[in-house]
Design a protein around this ligand. Structure first.
Ligand code: CA
Length: 217
């Protein structure tokens, strides 16, 4: 497993690197998040993410990664251990959240579990009628033919597909697409929705005026 470690604390970072290497991982350790730009994302199997980093908050990094569609498994390792902070981290797309201080054995064990889960999910496919979605890889097929979606279009489709047949309101979609800060405006969602419909087939998404949208099989 190739692990990206973002941790500015010298002693802790060194201890984690040593433990990971003893556990058979290769580690890329960065102490400043700016060094993360330009990394070969494809080569990273998991990220250990400190939140209190110089110049940028780890949470903002996590949000940016998820918005850009990077689905790498992320474990937050942070001194911010209160329940609301842990929940916020998980809701923003962290796959696990380990409060500091922690036992190194638990970090290693959780990381292995995270990796196993990711490998299982990487091969997961959702089938809704003739629509097929690989949520981890963000791939979509319609009647077996691949369809290219933008990050926003995919997020919309994913939000609908998580509850096929359910009606999802526009405000809920707005919050899902912009999890922090101002939710996306309804008119912006309509534009993305219209593009999504054009790509996967207009009749696959039903509009219930004033209520929301529904994925139909
Ligand atoms: Ca720190």
């Amino acid at each position: 497993m190739h692990v990206l470690l973002l941790e500015d604390d010298l002693d802790l970072g060194q201890a984690i690197v040593t433990a990971l290497r003893q556990d058979g991982c290769t580690v890329l350790w960065q102490r400043t998040p700016t060094a993360v730009e330009g990394l070969d994302r494809e080569r990273i199997d998991a990220v250990l993410l400190d939140l209190g980093l110089p110049r940028i908050d780890g949470m903002d990094l996590l949000i940016a990664w998820r918005q850009s569609g990077w689905a790498v498994p992320v474990m937050v390792v942070s001194a911010r251990g209160a329940l609301p902070e842990r929940l916020a981290g998980l809701d923003e797309g962290a796959d696990d959240y380990l409060p500091k201080p922690f036992a190194m054995a638990e970090l290693l064990s959780r990381l292995r579990a995270l990796h196993r889960r990711h490998l299982r999910q990487a091969s997961e496919r959702w089938r809704i009628g003739s629509l097929e979605i690989a949520p981890r890889n963000r791939l979509v097929w319609v009647q077996g033919a691949p369809v290219e979606l933008s990050a926003r279009e995919f997020q919309l489709l994913e939000a609908l597909a998580r509850n096929p047949q359910a009606v999802v309101s526009k405000s809920m979609l707005g919050q899902r697409l912009q999890p922090l800060g101002e939710p996306l405006e309804g008119s912006v969602i309509e534009v993305h929705m219209s593009n999504l419909r054009r790509k996967i087939g207009a009749d696959r998404i039903r509009t219930l005026r004033g209520v929301g949208y529904q994925l139909v099989s």
